[in-house]
Design a protein around this ligand. Structure first.
Ligand code: PLP
Length: 377
């Protein structure tokens, strides 16, 4: 049997990893500023994480949601505390798309409506409704197409107000990334998020903060949406939550009342997933990783902004987009193969930095030096 060939691959096999360093099968070392797509939050093979997941595996790895799993309650308590949303409720699932799918369903159950507002450049995942709310027709199969999703220009308050004025009583939810990731590191403005909050309040629509990529402490606050100083009704999260173990969740405001059968999952919230997620929160808290993300991230952004060849630097904390002119399209590839540094990308020519939250200043400096050399070709 062959693999179904849907991913373009770099010819590199990673066989060992520690914090922000990875090694390939030939023993070549790399600096990892990609984190396997923003997933590695506390660093590869963090000893506390390895111990906690291993210990759990020796006790019980999985049982279904038909029995009490106290680890889920512990996770909810800890997540409430670290995220500052102690009165919110947690539903656990397995991936970012699934988190968004459940958030959109929850909204629809709540207000009994069907329409969703999403934004140009958005990426919310590949399940049916999540992909329908994603601004990329190439990945929307005919069966996913729906008139229920309305795309509006990003950060356009007038267009948003106009949409609500026209059909506000049909709108179930507004879904938005705090910082668009796949869309090229584009931040939602503070006033735009405040406008979403007030219009959702006026029309009883649900404000869903997609924090799958920009959340979990990456920008210095637990949810990047919270820079706007207003609460979302539902926060969705995944990537950094399990440091590589597939676990996702939605944090749900108190006004939503659950009923049995409303949402469900086989794997979501299993023992191993909870152990992984708890280990991540332990480290984020103990090692003050949100602060580190803010400090090292701000330093990187400041230094990158000084480089003349760069068109624009965007982002916050350790979610950084370096927009390059077309003639420097090879820099990302050269960073990997010549300078041995993993980075992410966004179309057409943005380098995305999504490293572990404990990236050191020394590692940031190493990147800056190599990047400047790479720019010279
Ligand atoms: C903002 C955002 N939402 C949702 C998703 C989907 O997450 P997953 O791939 O875990 O389904 C992604 C993945 O890149 C994302 O960046």
């Amino acid at each position: 049997m062959n693999l179904f060939d849907v991913y373009p691959l770099n010819d590199i096999e990673i066989t060992k990893a520690s914090f922000s360093t990875v090694w390939d099968a030939n023993g070549q070392e790399y600096l990892d500023l990609y984190g396997g797509h923003a997933v590695i939050s506390i660093g590869h093979t963090h000893p506390h994480y390895v111990t906690r997941v291993t210990d759990q595996l020796h006790k019980v790895g999985f049982y279904s949601n038909s029995v009490k799993i106290p680890l889920q309650t512990q996770l909810a308590e800890k997540l409430g505390k670290v995220s500052g949303k102690t009165d919110y409720q947690l539903f656990l699932c397995n991936s970012g798309a699934e988190a968004n799918e459940n958030a959109l369903k929850l909204a629809s159950f709540y207000n009994n409506r069907k329409k969703v507002i999403a934004f140009k450049g958005a990426f919310h995942g590949r399940t049916s409704l999540a992909v329908a709310a994603t601004d990329n027709p190439k990945i929307v199969a005919p069966v996913n197409e729906t008139d229920n999703v309305i795309f509006l220009p990003h950060n356009d308050e007038a267009a948003l107000a106009q949409a609500f004025a026209a059909y506000g009583n049909e709108i179930s939810a507004v879904i938005i990334e705090g910082i668009q990731g796949v869309g090229g590191i584009k931040e939602a403005s503070v006033s735009f998020l405040q406008k979403i909050r007030s219009l959702c309040d006026d029309y009883n629509a649900v404000y869903i903060a997609d924090s799958v990529q920009c959340g979990y402490g990456r920008t210095g606050l637990f949810y990047s949406h919270d820079y706007a100083g207003v609460n979302a009704d539902v926060y969705t999260m995944a990537k950094g939550m399990g440091n590589g173990f597939p676990v996702a969740g939605i944090s749900i405001a108190p006004k939503f009342k659950p009923w049995h059968g409303m949402l469900g999952t086989t794997f979501g919230g299993n023992h191993l997933a909870c152990a992984a997620a708890l280990a991540v929160l332990d480290i984020i808290e103990q090692d003050n990783l949100m602060k580190n993300a803010e400090v090292v991230g701000s330093y990187l952004i400041e230094e990158l902004k000084k480089i003349e060849a760069v068109k624009e630097v965007r982002g916050r904390g350790l979610m950084i987009g370096i927009d390059l002119p077309e003639n420097l399209a090879d820099v990302k590839k050269n960073l990997l193969f010549k300078h041995k540094i993993f980075t992410g990308e966004a179309k057409p020519n943005v380098i995305r930095l999504l490293p572990a939250l404990n990236l050191t200043k020394g590692q940031a400096d190493h990147f800056l030096n190599e990047f400047k050399i790479a720019l010279k070709g």
